[in-house]
Design a protein around this ligand. Structure first.
Ligand code: DAK
Length: 259
């Protein structure tokens, strides 16, 4: 796959998508957002790929939406831009495969929004997070007001949005925005190891777990637990359940087909 603003590499069962506009700290213009949606959809269909990692070239993960491009938008164009971003973030969130953000540097505005749409976020100790939209006279437009509020609560989200201040990776971890902080030079090794571990699990079980964790957020506890029972029992009709339990009893590693 060839893109102008992304590098895509597949190693074994893990795909690495790297935002690659270092001259503007990987700021996302319309073309980059479009390419991200296309790359994620294609990797979702690629049967070799079990886990996807998103990361950035240079000192940024993503320094936000491209302000130069955004500055001249009309309200109608801004709406289309916001809707495009939402479609792409939803593609990541609804993908049947786990997506990990490996945040190597600045994750600002739209950069946090990409990380928030991923399933797990691991950051370098040099990473910085922030939602600086209000100083630009706008609000986050690709889901941060909604996803961050659900993940870290309204108080922490309001502080990030209202002040626009950058926080370091440790603070981001403390407030639950990310999973873990690692030394900068160990970031990709740590994330690759995590991806490999996840890649060994049943792809079908992973996709169903991801789906119901997200769907459960919009349900009552009782409805969510009922949904879990439905999915749990339906998996007993799958090859992955047969293989996983057989492999355990035969004291060997399972070979999952994802069906
Ligand atoms: N857009 C465009 N260019 C950017 C950029 C950005 N977001 N961030 C950095 N750059 C460019 C800089 O202009 C500079 O370009 P040159 O001057 O070299 O031509 C180059 O990248 C290097 O940046 P700096 O020289 O500034 O580097 P420093 O290390 O000094 O500072 C910084 C790094 C990350 C602190 C600083 O660059 C910075 O503050 N950047 C802006 C960060 C920011 O405000 N990001 C949030 C963008 S707002 C919506 C849809 C989406 C969104 C909102 C609404 N709707 C449609 C409603 C999303 C909004 C955002 O993401």
């Amino acid at each position: 796959m060839q893109y102008r603003n992304l590098l895509v590499e597949i190693k074994d069962t893990t795909a690495i998508v790297t935002f690659n506009r270092p001259a503007v700290l990987n700021a996302m213009n319309t073309e980059t957002v479009t390419e991200l949606g296309e790359a994620i959809a294609a990797l979702g269909e690629n049967s070799q790929v079990r886990v996807i990692i998103l990361t950035g070239t240079g000192k940024a993960f993503i320094a936000g939406a491209d302000i130069a491009e955004m500055s001249i938008k009309t309200p109608a164009q801004a709406r289309a831009y916001s809707e495009l971003g939402h479609r792409v973030m939803n593609t990541i969130q609804n993908l049947k495969k786990p997506v990990i953000a490996a945040v190597n540097g600045y994750a600002l505005g739209g950069g946090i929004e990409v990380a928030l749409s991923c399933d797990i976020c691991i950051a370098s100790e040099l990473a910085k997070f922030g939602l600086p939209e209000t100083i630009l006279g706008v609000i986050p437009g690709w889901g941060a007001t909604q996803r961050a509020a659900r993940l870290i609560g309204t108080a922490q989200t309001k502080e990030l949005v209202f002040t626009g201040e950058l926080i370091d990776a440790r603070k981001a971890c403390e407030i639950g925005l990310i999973n873990r902080v690692v030394p900068h030079e160990q970031l990709m090794d740590a994330v690759m190891m995590l991806a490999q571990k996840i890649g060994e699990q049943s792809p079908l079980a992973l996709s169903m777990a991801k789906k119901i964790i997200h769907e459960g957020l919009d349900k009552s506890l009782l409805e969510g637990c009922r949904m879990e029972t439905e999915v749990f029992s339906s998996l007993f009709d799958s090859q992955d359940q047969k293989e996983g339990m057989k492999a355990f009893l035969e004291k060997r590693k399972p070979q999952f087909s994802g069906r």
